[in-house]
Design a protein around this ligand. Sequence first.
Ligand SMILES: [Ca+2]
Length: 501
Amino acid sequence: MTSRRPRLAAASVAVTTLAVAALSTAAGPAAAAGEPTITADPMSTWQTNGVVWTLAHANGVVYVGGTFSKVRPPGAAPGTSEVARTNFAAFDATTGKLLDCAPAFTGGAGTVRALEVSPDGKRLYVGGSFSRAGTVSVSNAAAVNTADCTVATSWRPVVTATVRAIESSGSTVYLGGDFGAVQGQTRQRVAAVTGTGSLLPFRATLDAPVRAITASPAHGKVLVGGDFNVVNGASSRALAALDPTSGATKKTFPNWLPSASAVKGLANDGTYFYLAAEGTGSFDGRIAGVLSTGAMKWRDACLGATQAVLPHKGVLYSVSHAHNCGTTPGGFPEHSNRQHLLAQSVADKTILPWFPDTNDGIGEGIGPRAMTMTTGEILWVGGEFTSVNGKAQQGLTRFPASPDTGAPQVPILSGASTAAGKITLSWKASWDRDDGTLTYRLYRDGVFLKALSRSSRYWDRPTISYTDTVTPGSQHRYSLEVTDGENMSGRNGPVYVTALG
Ligand SMILES: [Ca+2]
């Protein structure tokens, strides 16, 4: 958070040197260069009564797809104040207000698994397992006109099974999923159609479902991820780069992912692509690759299945249930807590000090599953959680870029004198969900004495001490407060200490 905070710059000049010098081994090089994340402070958000699988936004509206039948206002307990919404809902991206746009997606398994907005913002493409969108008969894929929320009767490709991924690129709409045919033609797990739903020649054959697609027309590539082992007859575990027009293989990745790992999410920022991996006792983390060459940029080794990735302003946000990031810079050793949201430096994979969290929740019990960043820089997160930062909140939450509203807790202060005229104050470092370096302000007899900045994380809270020099034999009253740069804790203490004479 530090880099986007004008007030801190003026207030912290005196402690800048200390802050940099104090960075512990928990913080990698990216942390030293600043903390460019959004906040970890949730905004008031509506809730769902089931799993949110996918999110998208356009024109100030956030669209939510999943497996649910009701939504309810912020703060409402399960089963209260509910409004019917069948596997689809729309909200004002900024105010969070529930909108009237509400075609029901029904039939089939009755679930929405993919949402994607066209480049011009006029269409919302919807994939999943359903046979009706509102009153319109469809086959696992549909389009909603964003201007008036009508279901587009002109875009109704017939897809034989669940659609799990959609990528809209130029005038082409790529579909990925479990299917074997589209518009009556053989298409094994991936296909491309036009904006009017006509099947394009693009064709690739994969031996297992596609779960994620990201296109980079500038690099002449469509990347697909999923459960597969073989792409167009060649070994390419869980990831492949295809020609955007023909579907021919541009690059295989036979050795990037072990056989027990699948790709659950893909995204790109125009230079790099990023994947989210889920493994069973296997690779579970994130990989960054170079779009132009297909070379690996980095991979982390966190354990705890990753579901989605979202690059934004040099930070890779991800949702997972990471419980061991011990070999990743800035990461934590194995612990019983499952950390469900992470931010990493795109440059070097360092885990940044951004630790909002959810619980595991319902369904498979893996917490969040989807993200979208609005143009107003609000990160919406959806999934199967039922709490956020320890408070009841089901299915949806969101975090703004500012303001940071979370104050760190003031630590317990203790003091003792071990030498004539010397009083040593000590305390265990506090921590903050979106600030890695906190500033501790000591007071002696009600007067400001000293500011100390130290790096801390919730799993790494060093003991901090400061030795004051006073008149031998004199008694003093000490208290302590701590700030993240924007929010000041209460002041604790006081503790009374008499210096040895
Ligand atoms: Ca903070």
